[in-house]
Design a protein around this ligand. Structure first.
Ligand code: VAL
Length: 375
């Protein structure tokens, strides 16, 4: 009893020391203390992305802080998927001296306006879900740990060609969003390189609810495959309407489709959707299993790849903060750029010279209402 009591006293004395010495983000007890700002799509039609991301971050935060080397306080702001709201949130976070780095925003469209501001202000920022071309190239302070479309889409198309002997495709994409446009460019390029005949290219806008005109045209051309670049909300409705019109060919989708929300919205109509993913929850891997178990216990549902990428992202931030040795924006940027061979639930991770990702995706297909490995 005496031993237990004295170690308790020692513990609380240490805690007191750390709190006293942390004003500039360093503590005499050794733990680097920092506020990390988060800009996430938490309300509005794409809120499931932000929910998964913030859940993943909070789970990682609990574990990281429990280890005692780094103490992270998350300052979470909602962007509602809007550029102007994301920018306002970023300005608020950047104006707070205690914010050493930022995670987010969720959409590439948002990062396109937030990234240059963060870079200009010397605040390191890391996207966990921004997959459009050119994000880390915005500047030295801009990073991402999300699998870019440029790696995901060619892998999905290859698999679809191999499995269905596809030769003719139709492309459908949102032309008012940085990510859906970039996904389209990648799809078109990949289709051309792989010798596929592109029968038609159709467009839509955010929030559109009727795709009859585009789908009627596509149906008449009889493609073997439809390549669609959309966020989940529009994507799921497109698949639902396509199946109702009797279009039963497979779809290849980009990262926006890689969400269980597609199945929740479209139900059986989502069957036949192919996506490439940086992370798969059914993988035989101890780290993945532990994460899935903890996440389910905490949130009552299975994590998706948005949760997984966010979880690893905070660990990468924590590792960089630890290596930086202080809660300083420039030191954090330099330490992030140095991250090599980080071992997380996405596998081994390094940034390339531009702060972009090198990764092998896994191709999934929705069958019987669930994502399965497409072997
Ligand atoms: N990956 C997309 C983007 O970059 C969405 C799905 C978050 O905007």
């Amino acid at each position: 009893q005496f031993t237990a009591l004295s170690s308790l006293l020692v513990l609380s004395a240490c805690g007191g020391n750390q709190a006293a010495g942390d004003e500039d983000g360093e503590s005499s007890g050794g733990a680097v203390k920092a506020d990390i700002g988060v800009i996430s799509y938490i309300s509005g039609p794409g809120a499931a992305y932000g929910e998964a991301i913030t859940n993943g971050l909070k789970l990682a935060q609990e574990e990281i802080n429990g280890k005692g080397e780094v103490e992270i306080n998350l300052v979470i702001e909602d962007s509602a998927g809007k550029q102007d709201q994301a920018l306002t949130a970023a300005q608020k976070l950047m104006n707070s001296e205690n914010v050493t780095g930022i995670i987010g925003p969720t959409l590439s469209t948002e990062m396109n306006v937030v990234g240059p501001e963060a870079d200009l202000n010397g605040v390191p920022i890391m996207g966990t879900s921004t997959t459009a071309e050119g994000i880390p190239q915005i500047g030295d302070y801009v990073f991402r740990n999300s699998l870019p479309e440029a790696l995901a889409i060619p892998a999905s198309i290859d698999k679809a060609i191999e499995k269905y002997d596809a030769k003719k495709v139709a492309i459908l994409y949102g032309n008012d969003d940085v990510f859906t446009k970039s996904g389209f460019d990648t799809m078109k390029k990949a289709a051309e390189e792989k010798g596929l005949e592109i029968l038609t290219i159709e467009t839509f806008q955010k929030g559109q609810s009727d795709y009859n005109a585009q789908l009627t045209k596509i149906k008449g051309l009889k493609p073997d495959l439809i390549l669609a670049s959309a966020l989940y909300n529009e994507g799921a409705v497109i698949m639902d309407q396509a199946r109702k019109m009797g279009i039963d060919v497979p779809f290849v989708g980009g990262n926006g489709f890689n969400s269980p929300e597609v199945i929740n919205i479209a139900g059986d109509a989502a069957n036949g959707l192919i996506v490439a993913t940086p992370w798969y929850g059914e993988k035989e891997d101890d780290k993945v299993k532990e994460f899935v178990g903890k996440y389910e216990e905490e949130y009552g549902k299975k994590p998706d790849q948005f949760a997984a990428q966010a979880y690893d992202a905070l660990y990468i931030m924590a590792e960089a903060l630890k290596n930086a040795g202080e809660a300083d924006r420039d030191a954090l940027r330099d330490a992030l750029a140095e991250i090599k061979g980080f071992n997380g639930i996405l596998g081994e991770f390094s940034f390339d010279e531009e702060g972009d990702v090198v990764m092998e995706p896994t191709v999934l297909v929705i069958e019987g209402g669930a994502f399965k490995e497409f072997n």
